[in-house]
Design a protein around this ligand. Structure first.
Ligand code: AMP
Length: 377
């Protein structure tokens, strides 16, 4: 079986590493020469919009998937004429445009922050008056890791904030007074079978995910049930195949509001490599190839820390029982995700002890602050 992946970053790398034991060979298309996926995949270096390169890339493949949502629409559409592409071009189009995404979520009855479309500075002022402040303006396209967004704290700053974003369309969102950020990952097979991972608790710093706790502690049965209902509506509404992540805000009463959806394997699911019966990467490969899905049951408890901007010594991490190191072969740069560490344990107390050891060896700067991140509001 041959799987093609659009993108050759760390997600492509971990997908390719998961595909290998299943006897699935992987080919990645990326515009950059140095790609983390090169360790386990055959690389094609070309522009995503080069139709000759796309034809060569597609030759002999059984199915194509992607590891980022901003795939040029013409590339996924051109490939979809030749072979199955999962997630579908429509799912990618919805999830890569915040306005289309919010509209879709509303249509399928999923709660989100109150929002308005903003295409001019005047509309930004109107939105601030209608939705109240603080509010956040997010560019409709190409925003990730907190990029392409700006907080507005005074109505009279809204117009300038929109101009500062420098985009033609944005979504204005009322601030959600969340208790914490949770995400749910689910997998839908080609036959419609769906499995879900438990909710995960996420901490961000400067808009970038620092760490995830899996399963999220203290989640009520009602919250888990709401998350599962939400993700089911999204999967069915998009006729989705593969892994999807739904990022949510948990409110004071345990209710959820969806922040965004990611139509791909997701950073908040990296813990599943060692912490679940079947990792998100293996399950994505299984789903898009039409293979049976694997169990998503957690094996004990896990905490995943992103390595951002700096790589610790291998020894420092590997000394700690239950700690698993993943480096992505990327050149260090401030703010860049270079790898992650997942610490696993049978119970929460042992996990806390091991994470404390990790922090003592690596320092807060490398493993992320010990305190819970505060909401913006
Ligand atoms: P995003 O790029 O949409 O994931 O936003 C990055 C981070 O900004 C989120 O993880 C939240 O911490 C925060 N954030 C985004 N939208 C809102 C909102 N409407 N209300 C409160 N915080 C938000």
């Amino acid at each position: 079986m041959r799987l093609g992946i659009l993108g050759g970053g760390q997600l492509g790398r971990m997908l390719a590493l998961a595909a290998a034991p299943l006897g699935v060979s992987v080919r990645c298309l990326d515009e950059k020469k140095e790609s983390p996926a090169a360790v386990a995949a055959q690389m094609h270096v070309a522009s995503y919009t080069d139709s000759t390169a796309l034809t060569r890339f597609a030759e002999g493949l059984d199915v194509v998937t992607c590891e980022f949502e901003n795939v040029p629409a013409e590339a996924s559409a051109a490939l979809a004429e030749r072979l199955p592409v999962y997630p579908s071009p429509r799912a990618l189009a919805v999830a890569s445009d915040r306005l289309a995404e919010k509209g879709f979520l509303r249509e399928v009855g999923v709660p989100t922050a109150t929002f308005a479309a903003v295409c001019t500075p005047e509309e930004a002022t109107d939105a601030a008056q209608e939705l109240g402040i603080p509010l956040v303006l997010k560019s409709a396209r190409f925003g990730y890791d907190g990029k392409g967004q700006v907080w507005v704290r005074e109505v009279h700053d809204a117009a300038a904030a929109f101009t500062q974003l420098g985009c033609s369309a944005a979504v204005a969102e009322a601030a959600v007074p969340f208790r914490r950020e949770l995400s749910i990952l689910a997998v839908r097979g080609r036959d419609g079978t769906t499995v879900r991972y438990p909710l995960v608790e996420n901490y961000h710093e400067a808009g970038i995910l620092r760490r995830s706790l899996a399963p999220a502690p203290g989640v009520s049965a009602a919250t888990q049930a709401q998350a599962e209902q939400v993700v089911q509506r999204v999967l069915e509404g998009l006729d989705y195949v593969g892994v999807i992540a739904v990022e949510c805000f948990e409110l004071a009463d345990g209710g959820l509001a969806v922040n965004e959806i990611a139509p791909r394997v997701h950073n908040s699911g990296h813990w599943s490599i060692e912490g679940a019966e079947t990792s998100q990467f293996e399950n994505h490969v299984r789903a898009v190839l039409g293979l049976p899905l694997g169990s998503t049951a957690p094996r004990g408890v896990s905490e995943m820390h992103n390595l951002i901007g700096k790589v610790p010594s291998r020894e420092a991490v590997l000394h700690i029982p239950g700690a698993h190191l993943h480096l992505y072969d990327k050149t260090p740069r401030p703010g860049r995700k270079l790898g992650h560490v997942t610490v696993c344990a049978e119970d929460a107390a042992t996990l806390a002890e091991r994470v404390a050891q990790l922090r003592a060896r690596l320092g807060d700067e490398v493993v992320g602050g010990a305190t819970r991140m505060q909401a913006h509001v």
